[in-house]
Ligand binder design. Structure first.
Ligand code: IVH
Length: 669
């Protein structure tokens, strides 16, 4: 956030009591206008300026003012609560039933008040609730007519949203057709027309992958998985969506015809949707009464550390539809549900220094060296500042007290400065004109934010390239760790990847660091890596945009390192050098692989892997992925919502695995 905006934000909050004393109506208007501005940034531009918790603080101030000054609240111009995510790039479609927001709760007291309010209105005790994760992505409503997907629409302003059907069809886990089960089964009662509500989101691993690629290409990172989901779905080129591992999950319905087709409980809704083949919210809990509710929320908060997708809270829903209907909906949200927002995992600490890390492609990444601080169970001493523009945008200075959060809850990042604690000693960081490692003048290519060292033999880049090549994800040379690589590069023994294969036993022994046994082990590992699988070598070359997935495809397509090098000019010299020192990559032979000769049929939604990912893992291990279950099928891998294929497997006695079972088989190499 720009400093001026940051100051404004706190000024609005700090001056509110004064303003209110003067004119509560004006204070309410100002706050509503400020919130509307952030809604616009968040929903339409997918580029928020303040963190969710700062935004929530504004909203709470407003609620508080509205409560204490109800007359003024009526007179002040209203805030269109739901915001508006329409971008103007797509046709607008009206929802048959309005898409609502959720009321928020932040404290145990607010949660208990919610339960007490419902119990009173319904004149019942110990109400039953479903408690589930709140996915942090882009809200979507998909319509199926007679079982066929006809439309996908964003929430928009709640009434009308962006028609993103073409893009949504690229989502791998959104079925084009709903599954029909055997007669009498839940799946068989398909409505003529139904709006199904859910969230499009990005798993953390995909968020990291996309950002890593963008960094290599010198593009700006997505600030969080939600922005990546929202930004991707608004692409005008639908193919981009297929390339990114976006997922979708469903947890509610809108209009439904005939109305009698609506399941009687929230749980039955989930079972039914799963039977139709839709991915449905997982990790749900049942709670009766306020005490269990509080415990269930705590349990979701605990469990979410292990989720592979971003969550920003837990949603509490009354379990029975009849009771939901009895309470009905308010202006902007249903009265029978509430979103409990988890406190962000954030810590404040001081920046000791800003250092630069030179990546293997020469990109200089600034890193904040911090006074170590505890953050959600680990000690954080360094946090990325991403790039030069980010430092300027946040105005981070050495000596500042900053807030660190785990961006996407994994990697710590500096999210803002506590300007109230800035002293005159805080020093601005001046991005150097030369590479801190080799002194070569740095460059910024046109339309890139990245600052790069363009010296291909820069020792820092070289160390990282060697470390990447030797890593487990590439040719896996055990014993060639950072300290050893640093020594080899510093001595000038390794000036490119091929030099690794020319190391002399006597030289290594003379270093005096390692005994003969460990030197021999290292040399054996280096020798062994000459016969690494081809895709590992291709990945190890460190060519921008060629990660493991692309490397496997390229290995399959070209078959040999020579053929690959002939087709990829960026690989030519390096591949020739590796071939010259005896690197002869292998293409794994069928007979030796874990799943050789076995046929798998996937059904239902697996908790972590998409169908494409599971298939490629099976194939990479020598197995085959089939589509129908027969006696020849070795295993059926079943996930949530598995139907006919699972039944067939049981009938034929074909063994059934879950995702964990499949992963265990893959590990047995
Ligand atoms: S229920 C009628 N359940 O949060 C209520 N919403 O702030 C429909 N969200 O628009 C929402 N996870 O996009 C529900 N498990 C969940 C959710 C969830 C994420 C989103 C959804 C909704 C927004 C409300």
């Amino acid at each position: 956030m720009k400093p001026i905006r940051y100051i404004l934000f706190w000024l609005v909050l700090a001056l509110l009591p004064v303003a209110v004393a003067g004119d509560p109506q004006q204070a309410i208007s100002a706050l509503r206008a400020e919130i509307a501005r952030h809604d616009e940034l968040y929903h339409r531009k997918a580029a928020p300026e303040i963190s969710d918790s700062d935004y929530d603080a504004l909203k709470r101030r407003l609620t508080e003012l509205e409560r204490t000054h109800p007359a003024a609240a009526k007179l002040a111009p209203p805030l269109t609560e739901i915001g508006d995510d329409r971008s103007g790039l797509f046709a607008t479609v009206r929802h048959r039933e309005r898409m609502l927001s959720l009321e928020k709760a932040y404290t145990e007291a607010e949660l208990r008040a919610f339960d007490a309010r419902l119990a009173k209105a319904l004149r019942r005790d110990a109400l039953e609730y479903i408690v589930e994760p709140k996915y942090d992505g882009l809200a979507v409503s998909v319509t199926y007519e007679r079982g066929k997907l006809v439309r996908a629409v964003t929430r928009g302003n709640g009434m009308d949203g962006d028609d993103i059907t073409a893009n949504a069809r690229q989502l791998r886990d959104l079925p084009g057709e709903l599954r029909v089960g055997r007669p009498g089964a839940a799946a068989n009662r398909q409505p003529d027309s139904i709006e199904i509500r859910g969230e499009i989101y990005v798993p953390f691993a995909e968020f990291e992958r996309v950002n890593a690629e963008r960094e290599l290409a010198g593009e700006t990172r997505f600030a969080n998985p939600r922005n990546l989901a929202a930004g991707t779905m608004r692409q005008l080129d639908a193919r981009v969506i297929g390339e990114r591992g976006l997922r979708v999950v469903f947890f509610g319905i809108g209009a439904c015809e005939p109305a009698a087709a609506r399941p009687a409980t929230q749980r039955m809704l989930y079972t039914t949707m799963a039977a139709w083949g839709l991915p449905v919210v997982e990790n749900t809990r049942t709670a009766r009464g306020a005490d269990e509710l509080v415990r269930a929320i705590a349990a979701v908060n605990e469990a979410r550390r292990r989720f592979n997708f971003p969550t920003d809270g837990a949603v509490v829903k009354l379990a029975e539809r009849a009771l939901q209907d009895e309470l009905g909906v308010g202006e902007t949200a249903p009265r029978w549900a509430v979103a409990y927002k988890f406190a962000p995992e954030r810590a404040e600490t001081q920046v000791r220094a800003i250092t630069l890390q030179v990546g293997r492609t020469g990109v200089l990444t600034p890193v904040a060296e911090l006074v170590p601080v505890e953050l959600s169970g680990s000690t954080v001493a360094r946090a990325t500042l991403h790039n030069r523009d980010e430092i300027a945008r946040k105005d981070v200075r050495v000596g500042d007290f900053v807030y660190v959060e785990k961006a996407g809850e994994i990697i710590p990042a500096v999210v803002g400065v506590n300007l109230g604690r800035r002293t005159v000693e805080a020093r601005e960081f001046v991005f150097p004109a030369e590479c801190p490692e080799c002194g070569t003048a740095v460059v910024t290519r046109e339309s890139e934010v990245a600052v790069r060292c363009v010296n291909a033999s820069c020792p820092a880049q070289l160390r990282r390239r060697v470390a990447h090549y030797a890593s487990e994800a590439c040719v896996d040379i055990g014993g060639l760790g950072p300290a050893m690589i640093e020594t080899l590069v510093a001595r000038g023994w390794v000036t490119n990847l091929a030099d690794v294969y020319q190391l002399k036993r006597d030289d290594l022994l003379a270093l005096g660091k390692n005994n003969a046994k460990s030197v021999d082990r290292l040399l054996a590992a280096i020798e062994g890596s000459k016969r690494a699988e081809l895709w590992r070598v291709i990945h190890g070359l460190g060519i921008p945009q060629i990660g493991t997935v692309a490397a496997k495809e390229l290995a399959q397509r070209h078959g040999t390192l020579e053929a690959f090098a002939a087709a990829e000019p960026r690989a030519r010299d390096l591949a020739a050098a590796l071939l010259a020192v005896g690197v002869r990559p292998t293409t794994a032979e069928l007979g030796t692989r874990a799943l050789a000769g076995k046929t798998f049929v996937l059904t239902g939604t697996l908790p972590n892997l998409t169908r494409a990912q599971a298939t490629s893992k099976i194939e990479a291990a020598g197995g085959k992925a089939g589509s129908s279950v027969s006696r020849a099928t070795s295993y059926v891998v079943a996930g949530a919502g598995a139907g006919a294929k699972l039944e067939q497997a049981r009938k034929l006695g074909v063994p059934v695995l879950d995702e964990a079972g499949l992963l265990r088989m893959l590990e047995r190499k």
